[in-house]
Design a protein around this ligand. Structure first.
Ligand SMILES: [Zn+2]
Length: 217
């Protein structure tokens, strides 16, 4: 009871706000307010990524629009130390994977260790960890690693992105993964350059199948 009073006082002094519209949240309102959530466009079907004569399913929770609310929240999650936004997104992503029954493993797209030290976390790891928890998967963070620390890809041309990022990843532990169906998790998939470079590494494992999951695409 005393703790509840203290909590109520703290809420009065430091009211919680929606990380998207910044409006003060009502009591028991979710992290992202319902008004913002209702204007984020949900993804109704899975998309495909074509790579080296193969097609991969891309499963996501939202459609990606530049300068949309989803992008704004992803930015807050990645650059403003808001891990709870990542967990909010993971809760929206997890149900989209529930019809995949033959997968045990989820692998986050790695970022370079220098970037991870600077940011404090890898955003794909945060998403993967929560999805693994919700869907009973095992998170494997030592399969892929990032070799080079490319500058942000977002403002570069499609050709430049593909040519620069190919070869940016390496493969480590793979012995247990032959014949498995892997879930590869990233925050946003637009051109597919980053996940494509990861897939080229994972395809070195014998008889592997891969599904991509992301917040938005
Ligand atoms: Zn809001």
């Amino acid at each position: 009871m005393k703790l509840q009073i203290l909590w109520d006082c703290l809420e009065l002094v430091f009211p919680k706000s929606c990380p998207c519209c910044k409006n003060v949240s009502l009591r028991n309102e979710p992290l992202v307010c319902l008004k913002c959530q209702s204007s984020m466009v949900k993804q109704r079907k899975s998309n495909h990524l074509h790579l080296n004569d193969k097609t991969y399913n891309v499963v996501s929770a939202y459609k990606f629009y530049r300068k949309g609310k989803t992008q704004k929240l992803i930015h807050e999650f990645k650059y403003n130390n808001r891990i709870e936004i990542g967990e909010f997104f993971a809760e929206k992503m997890a149900p989209h994977l529930q019809n995949i029954k033959d997968s045990k493993y989820i692998i986050p797209v790695p970022i370079h260790w220098k970037k991870e030290r600077l940011r404090g976390y890898n955003q794909s790891y945060v998403l993967g960890k929560k999805i693994a928890e919700l869907n009973g998967l095992q998170l494997l963070e030592n399969v892929l690693y990032r070799k080079s620390d490319n500058k942000s890809q977002t403002k570069k041309s499609r050709y430049h992105r593909f040519s620069k990022i190919d070869g940016a990843f390496g493969l480590k532990e793979t012995s247990m993964l032959e014949n498995e169906h892997l879930i590869l998790v990233d925050d946003i998939v637009t051109t597919g350059a980053t996940v494509g470079a990861c897939i080229r590494q994972l395809e070195k494992i014998q008889n592997i199948r891969i599904t991509i999951v992301c917040i938005a695409n």
